[in-house]
Every structure is written in C-alpha cells, then in structure tokens.
Ligand binder design. Structure first.
Ligand code: UT7
Length: 331
C-alpha cells in the first residue's frame, strides 16, 4: 500500500530575540504577567528587510538537506501563511524562485494557526492521488510581527516570527506502517469575529473610507479564543484517535500548536496526556501561527524527543475558527 512519509524537516528562526523584559518598555505589562498567563519568555522578530519567504526558503533548504534530496526532486510547494510577503504572487511562488525549482505548481493555504495541518492534508492527498508526484515541500512561515499592534498589550506579547518546513514523500517500502496515518481538519466560520485581521482583503482597501489604524492589525477576544482552542483541540484529537482505533496511551508524543502554555496544559489534563509527552517550545518562540508545529517538530527531532517508530499526534487551532489533527508513525 502506498503511504506518505515525512522525509525531512527543517526550520529557520530570525536572529533577533525579543525578550519579555523589552515589552515592558513598549506596553503596560510585566514579564511576570506574560510568563504566568502564557508561558512565553521571548520570541524571535524579523528585521524590516526579512520576509516570510526568506524564513520559509531557509527552512525549506534545511528540510531538503535533511531529506537528502535536491530542489529538482520537488513536485509541488505549498506554503501555509497568514503573513504572505505581498497580496500576490503567492509566497509559495516567491519561495520557488528563491529555491530555483522551475515549472512546478506552487500555492498558499490560509488556515491561520491550523494552516500547517491543512497544508499537510492537501499535500498528502496530492501524493496519494497523483502518481506523477513523489515529493512535496510543505512550509509554514510567518512574520507575525508585521500584523501585530505593538500598542495592544493583550496581543503583542503573544506572537513571534519563524518558519518550519517538511518534505513529504511517497514511500513504497513493504512491510512498513510508517507515515501520515490520518489527518482530520475542520472549521466554524461563524466564530471568525473572535480572532481576525480586518484590512487585508477586499473588505477595506487601503486609503478608502475612515479606516482606523488598528484595523490593520490582529484583533482578538482572548478569553473566548482560549476556551474554543481547548474545546476544539481536545475534540479533533479525540476524533482522529477514535477513528483509527487508538487511545491516547498509544501515542508517544503530542505536538500541539504553540499558543499558550495554559492551553496546552489544559489539553493534557483533559485528555490524560502526561506532561512529558507534550512537546512544548513556545517559551522561546511565542505563537508563530502556521509555523509553530513544524518548528516544534524540528526542535523535537534535534533534541531526540521523536524517535523512529514513534506514534506522533499533532493538533492545531486557529482563526477561522479552524482546527486540525494529524497522526504520524515516524520514520
Ligand atoms: O493561535 C490561536 C490563537 N490565540 C490563542 O490561542 C490565544 C488565546 N487566549 C489567550 O491565550 C489568553 O486569553 C490571553 C493570554 C490572551 C489573555 O489571558 P487571560 O488570562 O485570558 O487574560 P484576560 O484577557 O482575561 O485579561 C486579564 C487581565 C485584564 O485586566 P482586568 O480587566 O482584569 O483589569 C487585562 O486587561 O489582564 C490584563 N492584561 C494584561 N496585563 C498585563 C491583558 N494583557 C495584559 C498584558 N500585561 N500583556
């Protein structure tokens, strides 16, 4: 049976570190508040000249190196991002040019913080249904600092920049059960108002009408998003386990979307996941939206926290509202 495996993983973080202490000088907050309410200690921030495509391209190069394949072997590039370099062309096309993989299809996916799992599902289906494709680059890359309101203490302390990438490949090895076993995604558009960034699309062209400055930035009803995040991530993780005849005890490690330590702890408590099985790195990344899962995945591999044959559950939640979970037998 044909299966799709994660053949290589890579990530790229901007050099510049923004610790909580620096935010104390920008808005009315304290490092203690941020750590207590979110678990975040610092985040990485791009230079003005550094774009989401730069981070994504570097993460992709590392994933290709890790997979031991070249840019010529890539059949499709999918980028999950909510901070594209520009409205168009797609950031996937910009990365294609930078990588030099000519003529292959490229497109972006916008499912905000669930974007990586959405893109993983799309890529997996391409590989399973299109015999001409063998390797797909899936990249999550974000420059969240470009849409954060640095005067709004309730959101600016949460987000960070970064990118992660995976190479997905068809695997024909016999007698193997490795690969992406299942992916489940969902959305509820009626809750879109809880977390949104109004002025980007046709709703509010720049320079028209009485656009308020803060309309350009992330707006969030934090408490409501917090509750939905826990509810939806527990539900989708439970559903993907159940439909594969598994329980949480079968899982070796969980990579949740890295938004808030209180959210990941509540998920662990509700689902009966021992804390040591939760792979958390948000302390030094903040919430990097679509990039958070592949960044955490890469870090876990580097630290030996994911081993061959491990059953990995990854789960996300984001604006939309969107959610998703993937089950992966690691190879
Ligand atoms: O990627 C998925 C999308 N995002 C998320 O998952 C985020 C979900 N939400 C959250 O993580 C949390 O709701 C926050 C971290 C954003 C906020 O934590 P909270 O415990 O829900 O705090 P709160 O919004 O209920 O605010 C509590 C107090 C308020 O003051 P009053 O009204 O009690 O006097 C806020 O004004 O904390 C105040 N506050 C702050 N104080 C110091 C809000 N932000 C800050 C801040 N520093 N940065």
């Amino acid at each position: 049976m044909e299966r799709v495996i994660i053949r290589g993983v890579g990530s790229c973080m901007p050099e510049c570190i923004l610790p909580n202490a620096d935010l104390e000088g920008m808005v009315d907050t304290t490092s203690e508040w941020i750590v207590m309410r979110t678990g975040i200690e610092s985040r990485r921030i791009c230079l003005d000249t550094e774009m989401a495509s730069d981070l994504g391209c570097e993460a992709a190069r590392k994933a290709l190196e890790n997979a031991n394949i070249s840019t010529c072997d890539i059949d499709l590039i999918i980028v999950a991002t909510v901070t594209p370099d520009m409205r168009f062309p797609a950031t996937a096309c910009i990365i294609q040019k930078k990588l030099g993989c000519v003529d292959i299809p490229c497109f972006d996916v916008n499912a905000v913080c669930s974007g990586f799992i959405y893109a993983l599902d799309v890529a997996r289906n391409f590989l399973l249904n299109n015999s001409k494709m063998k390797n797909i680059l899936v990249i999550g890359t974000e420059k969240m600092s470009s849409i954060v309101n640095w005067e709004d203490r309730s959101t600016c302390v949460l987000f960070g920049d970064g990118a992660g990438a995976v190479v997905l490949s068809r695997d024909m090895e016999e007698n193997s059960d490795a690969g992406i076993l299942d992916v489940l995604i969902g959305a509820d558009g009626s809750l879109g108002h809880l977390l949104h960034c109004p002025i980007y699309g046709s709703t509010g062209p720049v320079g028209v009408g009485s656009t308020e400055k803060d309309e350009y930035f992330i707006k969030m009803e934090g408490r409501e998003v917090f509750k939905e995040a826990i509810k939806r991530m527990c539900a989708v993780a439970g559903d993907v386990l159940q439909r594969n005849g598994l329980t949480i005890d079968d899982i070796n490690c969980v990579i949740p979307h890295q938004a808030n330590m209180r959210i990941t702890s509540a998920i662990a408590d509700r689902m009966g996941i021992p804390q040591e099985k939760m792979l958390i790195n948000l302390q030094h990344t903040g919430n990097t939206s679509a990039a958070s899962i592949p960044i955490a995945m890469n870090e876990a591999i580097q630290n030996g926290k994911i081993q061959s044959d491990d059953l990995v559950l990854t789960v996300a939640f984001g604006a939309g509202m969107t959610w998703g979970a993937a089950l992966i037998r690691w190879k």
